[in-house]
Design a protein around this ligand. Structure first.
Ligand code: DGY
Length: 322
């Protein structure tokens, strides 16, 4: 019997081709919904490999009920949806998709910052709604990006790629990270700052940190109140890093000027979510790495990681190296 691989979302046939000879492959066929928990658990019970999405919870319960499971390949660089301790206990490999998505995610994050600063989405809506009756000097006037200060929380590869783009716009770059990045300081002129300094000095605060126990709930009411009242907050990392009630209050009270959000505490965000009632919020459906080229590369990387583990090799992008 061929080893069984379960894929939790419909992927293009061509990506799966390298698996089809040696493995029995099954996918959740609905492109627009996550696989229900009970079906995921049922499929996992016979799976040697799972290709998962960031929207799937791959927890202790799942690992414990899956006797054959050797590898989980997550279609994302973040793997906060996977219980690594449980994977280690089981001896299962967990893989992610770093590097291939770095530039694509940095592009989107920069775009989100620009859209929020220059009111691009609001302006598009204004034209479509037939409200544009004449040119006028301050029509949809936003704020400049160039020569402003950006504070990057989380200076991993994506943070550094974002900083590169910011340098091209003559921005002053502050960053806050677990460790100092001497190379980024030298080549990009980025300056290390403690969180408080970064929040008080930045015109744009951009969150690109992974979700970990240390970053969960990092940005609360107090942190938003430390920001400039003209500041724009951008989150392209993970929603739970931010207390959304505090963000909402900060936007309503004028503690900050606006927000560009690609991620939310609970995804997908409900259309009636209070943040979406605010004109100074720009919301995207978690599309940081979503270019066709990059998503195809991410899928291919997941497939090659699964094959590597099941064929007894070390996968390219293993998360639980110990
Ligand atoms: C990731 O890869 O973790 C991103 O959030 C996907 O866009």
């Amino acid at each position: 019997m061929k080893p069984y691989i379960y894929i939790t979302r419909k992927l293009p046939e061509e990506v799966l081709r390298p698996l089809l000879d040696q493995y029995e492959v099954e996918m959740w066929e609905d492109e627009n919904s996550s696989v229900p928990r009970d079906i995921l658990l049922e499929k996992a019970q016979k799976a040697s490999g799972i290709l998962s999405m960031l929207s799937d919870t791959i927890d202790k319960e799942l690992f414990e009920q899956s006797p054959n499971l050797k590898v989980v390949a997550n279609l994302a660089v973040g793997y906060d949806n996977i219980d690594l301790a449980a994977a280690n206990e089981k001896g299962a490999s967990v893989c992610n998709t770093p590097d291939v998505l770095t530039d694509t995610t940095a592009d989107l994050t920069f775009g989100l910052m620009m859209a929020a600063a220059r009111r691009l989405i609001e302006a598009d809506r204004y034209v479509r709604e037939g409200k544009w009756k004449s040119w006028s000097p301050l029509l949809m006037a936003g704020m400049d990006i160039h020569h402003k200060t950006v504070g990057i929380i989380g200076m991993g590869s994506i943070g550094e790629a974002f900083a590169k783009r910011a340098k091209g716009f003559d921005m002053d770059i502050l960053y806050h990270n677990r460790s100092r990045k001497p190379e980024a300081e030298e080549t990009l002129g980025a300056k290390y700052a403690d969180l408080d300094e970064l929040l008080t000095q930045s015109d744009f605060v951009v969150c690109l940190a992974p979700l970990t126990p240390e970053t969960k709930g990092l940005l609360q009411k107090e942190q938003f109140q430390r920001m400039k009242s003209s500041a724009v907050f951008v989150n392209a990392a993970r929603g739970p890093i931010v207390n959304e009630d505090a963000l909402y209050d900060a936007l309503v009270n004028g503690d900050i000027a606006g927000a560009g959000l690609d991620v939310f505490e609970k995804e997908p965000i409900d259309e009636h979510h209070p943040l979406l009632s605010l004109k100074n919020v720009f919301a995207l459906p978690h599309i940081g790495s979503s270019s066709v080229e990059t998503r195809m590369e991410m899928m291919e990387l997941c497939v090659s990681n699964i094959r590597a583990v099941l064929e007894g090799h070390i996968p390219n992008t293993l998360v639980n190296k110990d």
